[in-house]
Ligand binder design. Structure first.
Ligand SMILES: [Ca+2]
Length: 272
């Protein structure tokens, strides 16, 4: 698709009916031509019974300054129609914003059962992807190391995408961010992981401002099989004085690990 105008989009020809209790997922592969100054955008639109646009799920955006050496990049989005009670159908839209040329291929649109359990994470199943970026997740390492984050579509535990973390590092973490801690609540973390090489651990790190309070870790995964980590439960007795908690997955040494279906939630501490 080439655009000389600020915004050009192509709407996939098939509108899919919306079924209750589902989340909608779309994906496609994009290649942004070298001279292009624009962005590639993939999104899901929700429509009413007359085909009128009601709103959209948060888009996946491959920015103009993305590293383009690797050619084709996966863009994937997911959403629910919770905000649009009049929605009866959904459709996938691919666009180029700004000038230039974006090649698209291999679009796919699908509905999965909607998760009914509480989860504070923004992108818990790694189903929202823009190239090698997963909104809601950030990779941190203490030094320049050989490591890569990429979407995996062949080995998946839930939905149709997992994240694959490969490389070699003395210490690195994939972080789902920092959350305020409320008094009188327990914090829970669980997730699925699969080690093709090495391994890693989910962890909760509690902070009082910038001062470390306590870290809780799961065990490493079993070799080459999807395994659910034991659920971490942090109680106010363990993290007293903490103001925040970070949700992380830590790796070290040589690793090739897949993660999926991470869940972080809080509940009132029993007996409080
Ligand atoms: Ca997933």
């Amino acid at each position: 698709m080439a655009a000389e105008v600020p915004w050009a989009s192509v709407i996939m020809p098939s509108q899919q009916p919306l079924a209750p209790g589902t989340r909608q997922a779309g994906r496609g592969w994009a290649k942004v031509a070298g001279e292009t100054s624009g962005e590639a955008v993939l999104r899901i639109d929700y429509l009413d019974e007359n085909g009128k646009f009601l709103g959209q799920a948060l888009p996946a955006i491959l920015p103009a300054n993305a590293e383009r050496g690797d050619g084709w990049k996966l863009l994937a989005v997911e959403g629910t129609a919770d905000l649009y009670p009049k929605a009866t159908s959904f459709q996938l839209v691919a666009a180029v914003r700004g000038g230039g040329t974006v090649y698209w291929d291999d679009f796919d649109l699908k509905a999965f059962p909607e998760s009914t359990v509480p989860n504070l994470l923004k992108n818990p199943g790694f189903e929202w992807v823009a190239g090698d970026k997963f909104p809601g997740w950030n990779l941190f390492t203490t030094e320049a190391q050989r490591m890569a984050l990429r979407p995996a579509v062949q080995q998946v535990h839930d939905g149709w995408i997992s994240v694959q973390l490969t490389g070699e590092a003395k210490a690195a973490v994939l972080s789902a961010g920092r959350f305020p801690v409320e008094a009188g609540r327990n914090y829970h973390l669980e997730g699925w992981h699969r080690a093709l090489q090495g391994g890693g651990r989910f962890k909760l790190v509690f902070w009082n401002g910038s001062e470390h309070v306590v870290t809780l870790r799961t065990t490493a995964p079993a070799a080459n099989t999807w395994s659910k980590c034991e659920t971490l439960v942090a109680t106010p007795v363990q993290f007293s004085k903490a103001t925040h908690v970070t949700v992380e997955y830590e790796v070290n040494g040589v690793f090739d690990v897949l993660l999926d279906a991470v869940r972080f939630w809080s509940e009132p501490t029993p007996g409080q």
